[in-house]
Design a protein around this ligand. Structure first.
Ligand SMILES: Nc1ncnc2c1ncn2[C@@H]1O[C@H](COP(=O)(O)OP(=O)(O)O)[C@@H](O)[C@H]1O
Ligand SMILES: [Mg+2]
Length: 350
């Protein structure tokens, strides 16, 4: 892993027009992503975790410029891609790809595997003739552990796990640099989840891929992530290298998420903490710290002020006033994580 960021998100916001009432009038904005700043380094896996509805998919799509950010900026390989037209984005598309939660929804049911996997080569004009296309597609099948007989078959003829292999094959067909995997195993049987995770890890090692790995469960990303970002209502509330995040989570929300996952690890002494209630609507987020209505440690201040992401050293950040005392900078650090590059601290440099 190098200290060179492949992707830089700065104060990214994605707001949608919110509709409410029986006339469905536009009322305010759904702040799906509300000021996210981080870097993703070459060769690393950044896990992004949070409950359903907290903005993970929207963030992932914004990073790939599949939804336009309302504010903020996104740099890919040093290039500002925030305002690029679809035409200018095209040569970059093959370098950044998405793996979907439900591959079935993203694989054309009327296309054979040969055409599903050959299509990226056609779109980008990357195979010189049918022979080369066939060789590329066959090599992809081999890499996915799928038999060559699969070439003439259709998506419905495969199991869920095999279909996800096809979804991954299509995403990596053109040797991208960045893959955003949006809950790639959530729809699969527990028995095959590990196989898909192992496949992603092997592909990363063999091809030097950089991953943003989205999950709703901290358990899933623990063993694959270099660093983990925990999201709550469109914001990152904690960001840290994997080991310290799991060993000593600093944000009450992260603590609650970890406590709600039963893990057979007696050394990781955890107080049983539940996240009471549902996350509030991103259409009307609570004032102050948006987690305060569910937080067991909420103080008066939390109802009024929104805590910045305090840098706690070694690349660990938490947006909680309880962490303020340990902060390695004064409490004047701006909300989105301080001066340029503060959130960018790589685990090795911290
Ligand atoms: N196209 C859209 N239009 C309006 N609201 C949206 C749209 N996409 C997502 N949202 C809203 O944005 C919030 C975040 O959604 P999403 O990114 O899908 O969260 P997650 O992937 O964490 O479950 C949700 O409140 C969702 O309803
Ligand atoms: Mg999602």
């Amino acid at each position: 892993m190098s200290a060179e960021p492949l992707l830089q998100a700065k104060d990214v916001q994605v707001h949608f027009p919110g509709r409410g009432g029986w006339l469905g009038r536009v009322r305010g904005a759904v702040k799906a992503v509300d000021g996210v700043t981080f870097d993703v380094f070459r060769g690393e896996t950044l896990g992004v975790v949070g409950e359903s509805g907290c903005g993970k998919s929207t963030l992932g799509r914004a990073l790939l410029r599949l939804v336009p950010p309302t504010a903020g900026s996104i740099h890919f390989d040093g290039q500002d891609v925030t305002g690029l037209s679809q035409r200018r984005l095209r040569p970059l598309r093959r370098r950044m790809q998405l793996v979907f939660q439900d591959p079935y929804a993203s694989l054309n049911p009327r296309m054979t595997v040969r055409d599903i996997l050959g299509e990226p080569f056609d779109i980008h004009g990357l195979a010189r003739g049918p022979g080369e296309r066939e060789r590329e597609v066959a090599a992809l099948l081999d890499a996915m552990g799928l038999p060559r007989e699969a070439l003439g078959r259709y998506p419905h003829e495969f199991s869920g796990g095999q279909r996800q292999r096809l979804g991954i094959a299509r995403a990596i067909a053109l040797r991208p640099d960045l893959v955003v995997a949006d809950e790639p195993i959530s729809a699969l049987d527990v028995s095959i989840q590990a196989q898909i995770v192992n496949l992603l890890v092997d592909l990363q090692r063999e091809r030097g891929l950089t991953y943003v790995f989205i999950a709703h469960d901290l358990n899933i990303v623990e063993h694959v992530s270099t660093r983990v970002a925990v999201m709550y209502l469109g914001r990152i509330v904690e960001l840290a290298p994997s080991a310290p995040l799991y060993r000593r989570p600093r944000h009450p929300y992260t603590q609650a998420l970890l406590a709600s996952v039963p893990v057979p690890d007696p050394e990781r002494a955890r107080t049983r903490l539940l996240v009471p209630g549902e996350p509030p609507s991103p259409l009307a987020p609570p004032p102050g710290c948006t987690f305060h209505p569910r937080c067991p440690h909420a103080m008066e201040r939390c109802r009024r002020e929104s805590p910045p992401l305090y840098p706690l050293g070694s690349g660990h950040f938490a947006a909680c006033f309880l962490a303020e005392g340990e902060s390695q900078q004064s409490s004047t650090a701006p909300r989105s994580g301080g001066a340029d590059g503060v959130l960018a601290q790589s685990p090795s440099s911290g």
